[in-house]
Ligand binder design. Structure first.
Ligand SMILES: *Cc1c(COP(=O)(O)O)cnc(C)c1O
Length: 354
């Protein structure tokens, strides 16, 4: 039975990427060797790394002479402390828009003073705070562009004089924004780019090397940049599959074209949430995420009935995060519109049966 995969992460990737990746596990480009057994210093893998880095820069429209792309390990969670190690001198400004932001705040607190500009914790993070001003004297401003768990997304970014660090784990490569506004972008691969194991970091070289503290080698962006992400063994398979997904994205027409599709999927999903009296959206309308739509049943007693309809339709991973409950439709780049239509149909079927 065909599955419709709404998992929040790890999550759906393009079918053709799965095919190519599985072929490369058996035999990489007719070399007689598996991607899993070649040296990361081999010509074949160095080419994979170069390609992945240059495709990432191309999709983000970032100039190669100003930005460095790194593929690191430790997930986005490692970047909470790593970004602070590299940029925090004394004080930084953070926007608290969800559980991941809060974790970033906690880590940065280990290295300096963290000023939380604003927080939406008062309403279980169902909106993005907008009224705040970032002081001029901070070392950097940190924000989370898309709040995977709560289904909110920043549509505007504040005016700021300091460098901007952004956790883009769940919406990187999904919409056409001015990425050059950011000085450090990081994203765990497993939400819109590839399998778990690699973390993409795009860093503006000019904002590095300004802190006095000693930085452990493995946490130093400059060390990894100097070795072109080969300071130690990179997560080769994850980088390879990420490269395949970035190639796929280019073939789709790039970020601008995929944004159009993402918008069509989100519009279809939210239209049904708003139309159907049995459902209610969780996030404030103006802050709704194009990637993760969160919603609840208005009558909890219909839960088993709806869950059965979803199972019958082949829908996977629609359950909400435990801190929000209800449902979450994660509609990453590789998810076809058809899958959204299947969920919409199940919602309409529930209305007929109820
Ligand atoms: C999933 C996620 C993380 C955590 O990523 P790991 O790679 O598991 O550390 C951090 N931030 C956001 C926005 C996420 O969606």
């Amino acid at each position: 039975m065909k599955k419709h995969n709404f998992s929040a992460g790890p999550c759906i990737l393009p079918q053709e990427v799965f095919q190519k990746a599985s072929q490369a596990v058996l035999d990489l480009d007719n070399s007689g060797l598996s991607i899993l057994e070649i040296s990361h210093r081999s010509k074949a893998f160095v080419e994979v790394m170069d390609k992945a880095q240059s495709l990432a820069l191309e999709h983000l429209k970032l100039p190669k002479d100003e930005y460095q792309v790194l593929f690191l390990q430790g997930g986005a969670s490692m970047q909470f402390i790593m970004s602070a190690f590299n940029l925090m001198q004394t004080k930084a400004a953070y926007l608290d828009t969800g559980a991941w932001s809060a974790k970033a705040v906690k880590e940065a607190n280990l290295l300096g003073k963290v000023d939380v500009m604003a927080s939406s914790k008062d309403k279980n993070y169902n909106y993005i705070p907008k009224d705040y001003e970032i002081p001029k004297d901070v070392d950097y401003f940190h924000c989370t562009s898309n709040n995977t768990i709560f289904g909110t997304q920043m549509k505007h970014f504040p005016k700021v004089d300091a460098p901007v660090v952004c956790d883009m784990s769940s919406d990187i490569f999904s919409r056409d924004i001015d990425f050059s506004y950011f000085d450090v972008i990081y994203a765990g691969a497993q939400k819109n780019m590839g399998p778990a194991g690699a973390t993409l970091v795009a860093v503006k070289k000019s904002c590095l090397g300004k802190v006095d503290r000693k930085i452990p080698s493995m946490l130093d962006y400059q060390v990894h940049a100097a070795k072109d992400s080969m300071f130690n063994t990179p997560p080769v398979f994850s980088v390879y599959v990420s490269m395949l997904t970035l190639e796929w994205l280019k073939a789709q027409g790039g970020v601008k074209a995929i944004e159009k599709q993402n918008k069509a999927k989100a519009d279809a999903m939210y239209a049904e949430i708003d139309r159907n009296p049995l459902f209610t959206g969780f996030a404030a309308k103006e802050d709704r995420s194009m990637m993760n739509a969160t919603f609840n049943l208005t009558d909890e007693s219909l839960k088993d009935k709806f869950n059965n309809l979803l199972v019958e339709a082949g829908v996977n991973g629609l359950n909400g995060h435990r801190s929000v409950g209800g449902y979450r439709a994660s509609m990453y780049n590789a998810l076809p519109l058809e899958s959204v239509q299947v969920v919409v149909k199940a919602m309409q079927e529930l209305e007929k049966q109820a």
